[in-house]
Design a protein around this ligand. Structure first.
Ligand SMILES: *[C@@H]1O[C@H](CO)[C@@H](O)[C@H](O)[C@H]1NC(C)=O
Length: 123
C-alpha cells in the first residue's frame, strides 16, 4: 500500500516537472515552429549535401521573407529561431558560401540572417 502510494506520488511529481518545465516556456518563441519547419528544407543544401537547393526550400525562403515583415521584431526572432534550431540537433556545419548561393539559386535577397552562431540581439 505504502509502495503504491509512493509510486503514484513519484509519478505525479515527474508528470508535474515535465508539464511545468520552465524551458517549455523559456526557449520557445511560438514563431519558431513555422520558421524551423521551413528552414529545415534548406539545411541539406546549406551543409553541402545536395548541389542545389530544392524548390521547396526556395519557396519556403520566399514565404519566410514575406512573413518576417509582418511579425513584430521579425528579423531578430527569425535569426534566433534558426540559431536555436541549428543547436537543437546534430548536423554538418553550415557553409557560408552555401548560404550565399541560396541568394543566387533561389533568386532572393533574404531579409534575415542564416547562422549557427550569432548574437541576434545585435541585429
Ligand atoms: C533561443 O534559445 C534561447 C536560450 O535557450 C532562448 O532564450 C531564446 O528565447 C530562444 N529564441 C527563440 C526565438 O526561441
Amino acid at each position: 500500500m505504502t509502495t503504491k502510494y509512493l509510486l503514484a506520488f513519484v509519478t505525479l511529481i515527474i508528470v508535474l516537472v515535465i508539464l511545468i518545465n520552465p524551458c517549455n516556456a523559456c526557449n520557445k518563441d511560438p514563431i519558431c515552429k513555422d520558421v524551423n519547419s521551413r528552414f529545415k528544407t534548406c539545411e541539406i543544401f546549406v551543409v553541402g549535401i545536395t548541389p542545389f537547393p530544392s524548390h521547396t526550400c526556395c519557396n519556403n525562403l520566399i514565404i519566410m521573407n514575406d512573413n518576417v515583415k509582418c511579425e513584430y521584431d521579425g528579423v531578430r526572432r527569425y535569426c534566433s529561431c534558426i540559431v536555436n534550431f541549428s543547436n537543437s540537433h546534430d548536423h554538418l556545419p553550415y557553409l557560408q558560401d552555401r548560404i550565399g548561393q541560396l541568394y543566387i539559386f533561389c533568386d532572393i535577397h533574404l531579409s534575415f540572417p542564416i547562422s549557427e552562431r550569432m548574437d541576434c540581439s545585435k541585429l
